[in-house]
Design a protein around this ligand. Structure first.
Ligand SMILES: Nc1ncnc2c1ncn2[C@@H]1O[C@H](COP(=O)(O)OP(=O)(O)OP(=O)(O)O)[C@@H](O)[C@H]1O
Length: 594
C-alpha cells in the first residue's frame, strides 16, 4: 500500500473519472456479495431438499453474473479514461516544464533518461492511478464492512479472519522501504540503460569510425546485466510481499472455514448461515488479492515518481520574470555593458540558480565586456577558441545571466522581455542544426507557418540551398530523414539558415552557422545571407575570417575580454589579435581562428 504524493497529485487531474471508476468497482464488488448470498441460499435449499426454490435463486445468480460483466466493462472504460487523462496532463506538464528548463537542462540530463521518464514513467503512473488507486480505496472500505456482516452471522469467525486480514494488509508494509529502495535502483538502472542505448544509436557513425562498436556493445551488455540483476532483486522482495499476502489469504480462508464448520456442528449457525459465512470469508480476501495484482501493474509508477517529481520541480537556469511582450519589428541595437560571466555556482546577480560567479570562484568566461551591435548592421565576433563568443550569445538569448553588467536589446535589458518574446525576436542558427522527419517545406515553415512557396524559395536561394532542394526527387515536398539524415552537413546548415531568414525575427544570430559549408562557398553564402537579412541586426560568429571581413563592425574577443572593435581594415592596420588571426588563417591555420 504505497501512497506517493507525486502520484496523488497526478490523480487529481482525473478526479471525476476516478470517482466513477471507484464507484463502479464497488458495484462489481457488491455483485460478488449478492452472488455469495444467493449461492448460500441455493446451497441451503439443496441441503433442505427444497429444489423448487432453486430456479429463481440460480436465475438471480445468472443475472448477477451478467450485471457484473456489464459493470466490469464500464469500470474498465472509466479507468482507461482516467488513465488517459492522467497521461496526457502529466506529459503536458512535463513538456511545458522541459520547455521552461530549456536546453541548459538537457545538457545536464541525458536525453534517454528524460525519454524514459516521459514515456515509460508516465505509463506507470497511469497504471498506478487508474488501476491501483480505485482498488486501494475498495480494499480499505470493503473488508471492514464484511467483517461486520460476518460478526453478525458468527462472531467467532472473526478470530480467524481479522488476524489474517491484518497480516495480509500490514505484513508487506515491513518490506515497503526495501521495496522502495530496490524500485528506485531498478528505475535508475533502467533510465541509464535507455540513455546509453540512445547515445550509442545516435553516435553510431562516430563509434564505427573509432572502431569502438565492440567496446560499446560490451558496455551495453554489462548495463543490461545490471538491469537484469536490479529487476531480480526487486522481484525477490516483491515475491516475498505477494507470498506473505497469499499465505495470509489462504490461512485466513481455511481458518474461517474451520470456524464455520465448528459453529455449524455446535448448532450456533444454520445451514444458510454456515454457507454465507464460508462465502463471505472468501469475499473478505478478494479485494486484498486484487490489490496485490494491481500493485504489480502500478509499481513502475511508484519507481518513476521521484524522477517525475524532480523534473517537475527543477528550477530553470533563468527565470521568466520579464513582462515585455515582444521585440519591436524594427531592427534593435544590442548593447553589452560591463558584462562579467563565469560558469559555476555562486556570485552574480541572484535571479536564478545558474548565475555568473565572481572571480574568486575561478576564471571568468567573460570579463568587463562592452560593445554595441548597431541596429540594422552586421557585427562579427571573432576570437580564438574559448574566447567566450558562444557565451556572449548565450547571454543575449538568456540561456544564462550575467554576473555583473547588463545586456540590452532596443534599450531594454534582456530580462525585461518574456523569454518567449526575446527568443522569438532572435533567430539563431548554430553549428548544431535541428531538422525533423518532415518535408523540406515543413522544416522551413517551422519558422513561419504562413510563408508562401515564393518566400520559401527566396530564403532557400539566399541560403544557397535552393538548387539542391530543387534537385531532390520531390523538391520542397521531399521528406527528410530523421534529423535531416539524408542531407550533407553543409546542406543541413544552409536549410537552417533559410529557415532563420524566413522568420520575422528582427535579430539574426549566426553562430558558426556555416562551419560545415566548404570554404569557397562560405564567404559567398554569408554575403548573400546578410544581403537577404538586410535591415535586421546581425551578429555573426564564424570560423573563417573571410566570411566576416565585410561585416560593418568586428569585435575581437580574447580570453573573455574585448580586445578591439573596428572594421576589417582598421583592425588589420592596428595589428593585435585580429591581424594575428588573419595571418594564421592565411598560413593555413584557420582552424585556430574563431
Ligand atoms: N557549460 C560550460 N561549463 C563550464 N565552462 C564552460 C561551459 N561552456 C563554455 N565554458 C568555458 O567558457 C569559456 C568560453 O567558452 P565559449 O564556448 O564561450 O568560447 P568560444 O569562443 O565560443 O569557443 P569556440 O570558438 O571553441 O566555440 C571556455 O573557457 C570554456 O571552457
Amino acid at each position: 500500500m504505497m501512497l506517493h504524493p507525486e502520484l496523488l497529485r497526478a490523480a487529481r487531474d482525473a478526479r471525476r473519472p476516478l470517482i466513477i471508476a471507484t464507484a463502479l468497482l464497488t458495484g462489481v464488488a457488491a455483485t460478488w456479495l449478492v452472488q455469495a448470498a444467493l449461492l448460500a441460499l441455493s446451497l441451503s435449499a439443496i441441503a433442505r431438499g427444497a429444489n423448487g426454490e432453486l430456479p429463481p435463486l440460480l436465475g438471480g445468480v445468472l443475472a448477477v453474473v451478467l450485471l457484473r460483466a456489464r459493470l466490469g466493462w464500464w469500470q474498465r472504460r472509466a479507468a482507461q479514461r482516467a488513465g488517459a487523462l492522467v497521461r496526457v496532463r502529466l506529459r503536458d506538464r512535463l513538456l511545458v516544464q522541459l520547455g521552461r528548463l530549456g536546453d541548459a537542462h538537457l545538457t545536464s540530463a541525458r536525453a534517454g533518461a528524460v525519454r524514459a521518464t516521459l514515456v515509460d514513467g508516465v505509463e506507470g503512473v497511469d497504471a498506478y492511478v487508474s488501476r491501483y488507486l480505485p482498488q486501494l480505496v475498495l480494499t480499505c472500505a470493503l473488508p471492514p464492512l464484511l467483517l461486520v456482516a460476518v460478526a453478525l452471522t458468527e462472531p467467532y469467525a472473526l478470530l480467524g479472519l481479522v488476524p489474517a486480514l491484518l497480516l495480509a494488509l500490514l505484513g508487506p508494509r515491513c518490506w515497503d522501504r526495501l521495496l522502495e529502495r530496490r524500485g528506485r535502483e531498478h528505475w535508475d538502472t533502467y533510465e541509464g540503460l535507455g540513455a546509453d542505448y540512445l547515445e550509442a544509436l545516435q553516435g553510431m557513425p562516430t563509434l564505427r569510425a573509432a572502431g569502438a562498436v565492440p567496446r560499446t556493445r560490451e558496455r551495453l551488455e554489462r548495463r543490461s546485466a545490471a538491469l537484469h540483476r536490479a529487476t531480480v532483486a526487486k522481484l525477490r522482495i516483491s515475491l516475498v510481499d505477494t507470498g506473505l499476502t497469499d499465505l495470509a489469504v489462504q490461512g485466513g480462508t481455511v481458518a474461517a472455514a474451520l470456524l464455520a464448520c465448528a459453529s455449524a456442528t455446535s448448532g450456533r449457525t444454520e445451514a444458510t448461515g454456515t454457507y454465507l459465512l464460508l462465502l463471505l470469508a472468501s469475499e473478505c480476501f478478494r479485494p486484498v488479492r486484487d490489490l496485490a495484482r494491481e500493485w504489480h501493474a502500478g509499481y513502475l509508477g511508484v519507481s518513476a515518481a521521484d524522477g517525475i517529481g524532480a523534473l517537475l520541480r527543477a528550477e530553470p537556469a533563468v527565470r521568466d520574470t520579464g513582462s515585455r511582450p515582444a521585440l519591436s519589428r524594427t531592427a534593435p541595437a544590442i548593447r553589452f555593458e560591463g558584462v562579467d560571466f563565469g560558469y559555476g555556482r555562486g556570485g552574480g546577480r541572484d535571479t536564478g540558480p545558474d548565475r555568473g560567479h565572481d572571480s574568486s570562484h575561478g576564471a571568468l568566461a567573460l570579463e568587463g565586456v562592452s560593445f554595441t551591435a548597431e541596429a540594422g548592421r552586421t557585427t562579427a565576433i571573432v576570437g580564438p577558441s574559448g574566447a567566450g563568443k558562444s557565451t556572449l550569445l548565450a547571454l543575449l538569448t538568456r540561456r544564462c545571466e550575467p554576473g555583473r553588467g547588463q545586456v540590452t536589446v532596443a534599450g531594454a535589458e534582456v530580462a525585461a522581455y518574456t523569454l518567449a518574446a526575446l527568443r522569438a525576436g532572435i533567430a539563431v542558427v548554430s553549428q548544431e542544426v535541428s531538422l525533423f522527419h518532415a518535408t523540406v517545406a515543413e522544416n522551413l515553415r517551422l519558422a513561419r507557418p504562413d510563408a508562401d512557396d515564393g518566400e520559401l524559395v527566396r530564403a532557400a536561394r539566399a541560403a544557397g540551398v535552393h538548387d539542391e532542394i530543387a534537385a531532390l526527387p520531390d523538391g520542397y515536398a521531399t521528406v527528410l530523414g530523421e534529423r535531416g539524415a539524408t542531407l550533407s552537413g553543409g546542406q543541413r546548415q544552409r536549410l537552417a539558415l533559410a529557415r532563420a531568414l524566413l522568420s520575422d525575427a528582427p535579430v539574426l544570430v549566426l553562430d558558426e552557422a556555416t562551419s560545415a559549408v566548404d570554404e569557397r562557398r562560405e564567404a559567398r553564402i554569408t554575403r548573400e545571407l546578410l544581403d537577404a537579412a538586410h535591415g535586421r541586426t546581425c551578429l555573426v560568429v564564424a570560423h573563417r575570417l573571410d566570411a566576416v571581413r565585410h561585416a560593418d563592425r568586428i569585435v575581437v574577443l580574447d580570453a573573455g575580454r574585448v580586445e578591439a572593435v573596428g572594421t576589417h581594415d582598421e583592425l588589420l592596420r592596428s595589428g593585435g589579435t585580429y591581424a594575428a588571426l588573419v595571418a594564421a588563417g592565411h598560413t593555413g591555420e584557420g582552424e585556430l581562428v574563431a
